[in-house]
Design a protein around this ligand. Structure first.
Ligand code: TEU
Length: 532
């Protein structure tokens, strides 16, 4: 843990490959598209790129169903292209993070195909969680666990003779069977996969669903209301797994980034150790409503828990699973929860944009590293994808109640007046809204007041701050305002109150998310950076 390690203060851009840029004109984003747009990313001023899964996959869950980690999905390109991309990015000062999905594989993975083909009780099945069903004909799932996407977490397999057989566990979609992490082959295979990508130039990995891998071997029913220990979230066995991953990462000077959705900050911080994960996404901040006291408590809680273990804080406002900030912050309920997602929730895009701009400056001013999801720099709203075009399994498995996550995964608008907005082929895998002409990267490049201009300026300023730049000091401020100084001489003020905020000295204004009022005060839902 040297204090100036790059990942401690990096701005990391998340590339959702399928929707970033389409080089071959088939309507699906690909590596050729990313390579062509690398100068855009370098100019944006980020330090690293995190690529969502680009491996061979039936795309039952947008690539989080991996059939082969050692090859790129043909829809995206080839392994040779990925290696070129990593090298070209590195030449532009951009490191590469790849996504690893250890909780499950695709149902099309050779291990699972072999397990299905093998008889009950065979060693091939031990790599997964196969169990007989309950009831006289085994017609009921082995336990009552629910899939994260809705419905039972079990699907019944079919025997070679066509009769119904054992059930297999999948915490997500049926096309994503859970691996048995008690099996040594599962462990060794993942360590090999890490080495494979580190040897190809990856500077780190993002670990998907990192808190779910280990299961209570009895697979018991549980009732959280009764205080039962959770049979698959945050189990102690995980720490041993990540300690062995850390040894692999250290041998390649690579970084482990955990996706850990854990409500308890103490439990969360237990993974951030010198011999476990380097860093993890801060979902507390992401889910936090746009309210001054809640934001301040989230920031303070984050900084305290991370300081306690010597890990840098991280700041995340959006990703490929979350409603876009412009839409979220324009709603009456500005916090995020998966459970609350509904079609047609009213939103005020102008208000949402204003707050998203302020939130951008807030998150980029905080000590630690920051994640930027593609399209946030363009201020894209959540797209309303027509029901018949939705492909996210979350939609179907919720019985059509949850719109799913496609609305934040729509192909990016690059240029022009109408779809596909320079994305590539006209037949985009998800339809783009008709009213995005003023949201294209090209249109925003010409507009100094655009979201893109704000992100570029903020990232450029932030990049000049000393590495490992230090602490944050809260300054006295009226209710509804957040004002803090960083010890390298930058002050950030955010006003969430109706009353305009007097600034200490606006002559040293570096950047604002919106204009000050005639008296030089900071209006509501606006943020500034000042040099102090
Ligand atoms: O998400 C893990 C995860 O638990 C949530 O983000 C998930 O979408 C939510 O709990 C549903 O209720 C990761 C990926 O980010 C997501 O895209 C994948 O679908 C998921 O893992 C399965 O691999």
């Amino acid at each position: 843990h040297t204090t100036d390690a790059w990942w401690r203060s990096a701005a990391i851009y998340q590339v959702y490959v399928r929707s970033f840029a389409d080089g071959n004109g088939d309507g699906t984003g690909d590596l050729a598209g990313v390579r062509a747009r690398l100068p855009y990313l370098a100019e944006l001023g980020v330090d690293a790129l995190w690529f969502t899964p680009w491996y061979v996959s039936p795309l039952a869950d947008g690539g989080y169903d991996v059939a082969d980690y050692r090859a790129i999905d043909p829809a995206f390109g080839t392994l040779a292209e990925a290696e070129k991309l990593i090298a070209e990015a590195r030449d532009l000062g951009l490191r590469t993070i790849v996504d690893i999905v250890p909780n499950h594989v695709s149902a099309a993975h050779p291990w699972f195909r072999a397990a299905l083909a093998a008889p009950e009780g065979s060693p091939e099945r031990e790599l997964f969680h196969f169990r007989p069903g309950r009831g006289p004909d085994g017609a009921r799932p082995p336990n009552g666990w629910r899939s994260e996407f809705g419905g039972p977490a079990w699907t019944r397999s079919t025997r070679a003779d066509g009769t119904p057989g054992e059930w297999y566990l999948h915490l997500f979609a049926p096309g994503q069977p859970d691996l048995n992490w008690a099996h040594p082959q599962v462990r060794s295979e993942h360590e090999e996969i890490l080495r494979f990508w580190f040897e190809r130039g990856a500077a780190g990995v993002r670990i998907d669903s990192a808190a779910l891998l280990a299961k209570d071997p009895a697979l018991p029913d549980f009732d959280p209301g009764r205080g039962d220990a959770h049979p698959y979230v945050d189990r102690d066995e995980l720490h041993g797994i990540y300690r062995s991953w850390r040894a692999v990462a250290d041998a390649h000077d690579a970084v482990l980034i955990g996706e850990l959705w854990l409500p308890d900050v103490e439990r969360f911080a237990r993974y951030l150790r010198p011999d476990e994960l380097h860093t993890a996404f801060n979902f507390d901040f992401l889910a936090c409503p746009w309210e001054p006291e809640r934001l301040r408590a989230s920031i303070e809680g984050t900084l305290a828990s991370h300081a306690g273990v010597g890990a840098p804080a991280t700041w995340v406002l959006a990703n490929h699973d979350i409603t876009r900030t412009v839409t979220r912050y324009g709603r009456a309920e500005t916090g995020f929860s998966f459970a609350a997602k509904r079609f047609g929730t009213p939103t005020d895009p102008a208000l949402g944009t204003r707050r998203a701009r302020a939130a951008a400056l807030l998150s980029l001013a905080l000590p630690g590293s920051v994640y930027l999801y593609q399209g946030e720099e363009l201020g894209l709203p959540e797209a309303e994808v027509a029901r018949e075009r939705i492909v996210d399994p979350m939609h179907a498995r919720s019985g059509g109640v949850d719109p799913g996550r496609d609305g934040c995964r729509v192909p990016l608008p690059w240029s022009g007046e109408a779809p596909p907005y320079g994305f590539g082929g006209a037949d985009t895998w998800l339809p783009q809204p008709e009213d995005w002409a003023d949201r294209t990267a090209e249109a925003q490049q010409r507009d100094p007041g655009s979201m893109l201009a704000l992100y570029r300026t903020a990232l450029r300023l932030r990049r000049a701050w000393p590495p490992g730049a230090g602490d944050l000091t809260w300054l006295p401020s009226p209710d509804g305002a957040l004002v803090f100084a960083r010890d390298h001489g930058v002050l950030c003020a955010v006003n969430l109150a109706a009353e305009p905020l007097e600034l200490p000295d606006h002559r040293s204004l570096l950047l604002g998310s919106g204009p000050l009022d005639e008296e030089g005060r900071l209006p509501r839902d606006t943020a500034v950076w000042l040099r102090v």
